[in-house]
Design a binder for this molecule. Structure first.
Ligand code: NOJ
Ligand code: CA
Length: 672
């Protein structure tokens, strides 16, 4: 603790704070996590965190640096403080869990200097901490933020899992690094301290601010580094503003980080009155062949989104209990991808008869997922967006996948405040028109799906596409994502490629290399069963089966996706270690789906089925790696078994190297 002035407030709740000289403390409802907030001799605020009495975050600076000599970080005096507590349960139209508990103690510290009023708001949950800054700067109209001082000074040596900091992309490989050698990272930045506590630093409610990345300033101190505008300013704010929440999820076990609603709890409640039109679904699409290089987005002899192909995909979806079909490369502009980036969102290619296709889909009870690739040309998209949603609406298209594959113009970055504002505008306009969004090359998720549940899923990490045209995602990628990127929110990873070695496309005369990273040796680095397990593990309310339909048709293991329900009611990560393995279960209606996967190590995991409803018998349909399966040498060896189980059963889940297991539990009383 550095020298602090006396900061003492009346202990309204005995369990919430212990007030000693020079420090103010607020604790989590179960008293396990505590924060001490201090203001030093020059009036600069700071905070520290303990868990179980052990220091986790050492005394770390708070505040910002602003232009025009506005002082947002020092010379503060304490004007007062307020304590409150909340314990509520709220529901959402979809999610890993439809019901969530929001239970925290809050401390607001009111600070003031010559021209600035700052309310520091700390919320302590049993599984972490969130804090934000509410500023009011008098005598000015706007505040230009040049830097953030917020630091997370991790008290012990730690192992970290993260991607490097980058203001343009999250499609980077995860690294497992000792804290000391991690120079910078994006968030969520997950870590495990030497004494065994798990943590993850991220942000919540990023709605009008640049994204926060972390820079290691030595000795475990990670300082916020904000994305910037082309002129170098980090954030351009009015004279009264709130920052996003800075969050630290904390747990005793790795899976505690996953079984947490902290990010959602720190977001505003739903702003959409009628949410009945927002529904999770499974989908397929005219998509993978373009990445494989056997079809094209542009209208040429290898064009993917033709009327004929569309009808084939709609028929397959209708037959296989799949609600949605995505079409990419349906509109004019793909010939400009990589050059002017001009796309027209109301001009279908001549060989894509949108009226016929959408009428046919309607007849078959299938929904079309539209696609708006922007190429990063934001001004073009913003000028067409409203009209483009309306135009899609006329054809009954109410779900839109957006894409930002290309640099933003005029020096703007994907993750700067300009980008954040743009992604927000899309969600708000879509909400007005009852359209759901699945954003690729997005801003990272920070829980805004609670406020706008039409913001359903997004990419924001290396997804399946990388397996088509690069060295691919390593086996451990799948057991890193749930503990890092997915802590922030759902991901449209698009799992489920069955042609693991991409043999059919490699042998196709239509295949042409289109991506510079393609060495002709691409493949999916997992077993087939691990692909199936990922439908459960990699949560997305819009869950895609990414492969070509000819690879699913008549494949016995595709039955798992036919049975799968993307509309989960309840979820729990049962077991796992970061980058090693994971076991997740989800309930949808009266079915349970379990997904387990491992890194390059073969592994057996015992799982108690005590999550099943007591007194009920279930048939477990088990999709397991075959006895000779191995992701490298024999990835497609699998077996399907059935077993009767109940809540007293324990299953031994055997996974091959780079493999997994997927199980559907069907209630016996519901099977006719
Ligand atoms: C990148 C997206 O992630 C991918 O899904 C899409 O097919 C391409 N961009 C083209 O829009
Ligand atoms: Ca992408």
């Amino acid at each position: 603790m550095k020298n602090s002035i006396l900061l003492c407030i009346i202990p309204l709740f005995a369990t919430m704070m212990a007030c000693t000289s020079n420090e103010l403390q607020v604790s989590s409802p179960n008293n396990d996590i505590s924060v001490i907030i201090s203001v030093d001799s020059v009036g600069s605020p700071s905070y520290s965190i303990t868990k179980g009495g052990v220091e986790m975050i050492e005394d770390s600076p708070l505040g910002f640096i602003a232009a025009n000599a506005l002082n947002l970080g020092s010379h503060f005096a304490v004007k007062g403080s307020e304590l409150s507590a909340v314990n509520e349960t709220w529901t959402q139209p979809w999610g890993e869990n439809k019901e969530n508990i929001n239970h925290y103690n809050e401390l607001v510290v009111m600070l003031e200097n010559e021209d600035t009023e700052l309310n520091l708001v700390f919320r302590l949950f049993d599984n972490g901490v969130g804090f934000r800054y509410n500023y009011k700067v008098n005598g000015v109209d706007s505040v230009y933020i040049l830097d953030e001082l917020t630091t997370f000074d991790i008290a012990e040596k730690a192992t970290t899992w993260s991607i490097p900091a980058n203001f343009e992309t999250y499609e980077l490989l995860y690294r497992t690094l000792p804290l000391d050698s991690m120079k910078d990272s994006n968030t969520p930045m997950t870590f495990k301290t030497k004494s065994g506590v798990y943590g993850s630093i991220h942000e919540a409610a990023l709605t009008d601010f640049p994204e926060m990345t972390l820079k290691n300033s030595g000795n475990g101190a990670l300082t916020s580094e904000l994305a910037h505008w082309p002129d170098g300013v980090k954030a351009k704010m009015g004279n009264e503003f709130s920052t996003p929440w800075r969050t630290i999820q904390i747990g005793d076990n790795a899976v505690d980080l996953i079984n947490s609603a902290l990010i959602l709890n720190l977001n505003e409640p739903c702003k959409i009155e009628d949410v009945s039109w927002i529904k999770p679904m499974k989908y397929i699409g005219v998509w993978w062949a373009m990445h494989l290089g056997t079809e094209t987005w542009t209208m040429d002899e290898r064009h993917g989104a033709t009327t004929e192909n569309a009808i084939k995909y709609i028929d397959f979806a209708a037959k296989q209990n799949i609600k949605g079909v995505l079409f990419e490369g349906w509109n004019e502009g793909w010939e400009n991808w990589g050059t002017s980036q001009y796309f027209d969102y109301t001009k279908p290619y001549a060989d894509f008869d949108i009226a016929k296709i959408t009428a046919y889909a309607k007849e078959k009870g299938v929904e079309i997922l539209g696609h708006h690739e922007t190429g990063g040309f934001i001004a073009n998209y913003e000028s067409q967006m409203k009209n483009a949603f309306e135009w899609y609406g006329k054809y009954g298209i109410k779900n839109v996948k957006t894409g930002y594959a290309g640099a933003f113009k005029d020096g703007h970055s994907h993750h700067g405040q300009y980008g954040v504002q743009h992604y927000r505008k899309v969600v708000e306009e879509a909400a007005k028109q009852q359209v759901t969004i699945n954003a690729h090359e997005p801003i990272k998720p920070t829980g805004i799906r609670r406020t706008y549940p039409n913001m359903m899923t997004r990419e924001g990490a290396r997804g399946m596409e990388w397996n088509a045209w690069s060295d691919g995602n390593p086996t451990e990628h799948y057991v890193l994502l749930p503990f890092t990127r997915l802590l922030a929110g759902p991901m449209d990873y698009t799992p489920g490629t069955f042609d693991i070695l991409l043999a059919n496309s490699k042998n196709s005369p239509n295949r042409k290399k289109w991506n510079g990273l393609d060495k002709g040796t691409s493949r999916v680095n997992s077993t087939l069963v691990k692909q199936i397990a990922n439908w459960v593990i990699l949560y997305s309310p819009l869950q895609m089966a990414s492969d070509l339909i000819e690879h699913y048709d008549a494949h016995p293991a595709f039955q798992f996706f036919v049975d799968f329900d993307a509309d989960s009611d309840w979820s729990k990560a049962l077991d796992g270690e970061i980058g090693e393995y994971i076991v997740v279960v989800r309930r949808a209606g009266d079915k349970y789906f379990l997904g387990a996967s491992t890194n390059q190590e073969a592994r057996n995991v015992e799982v108690s089925l005590d999550f099943l409803e007591k007194g009920e018998k279930y048939i477990a349909q088990i999709y397991a790696d075959g006895d000779n399966a191995d992701w490298k040498t024999n990835p497609t060896d699998y077996k399907i078994m059935e077993q009767e189980v109940d809540s007293n059963s324990v299953l031994n889940i055997k996974m091959a190297a780079g493999g997994g297991q997927a199980i559907v539990f069907k209630r016996c009383s519901s099977i006719d």
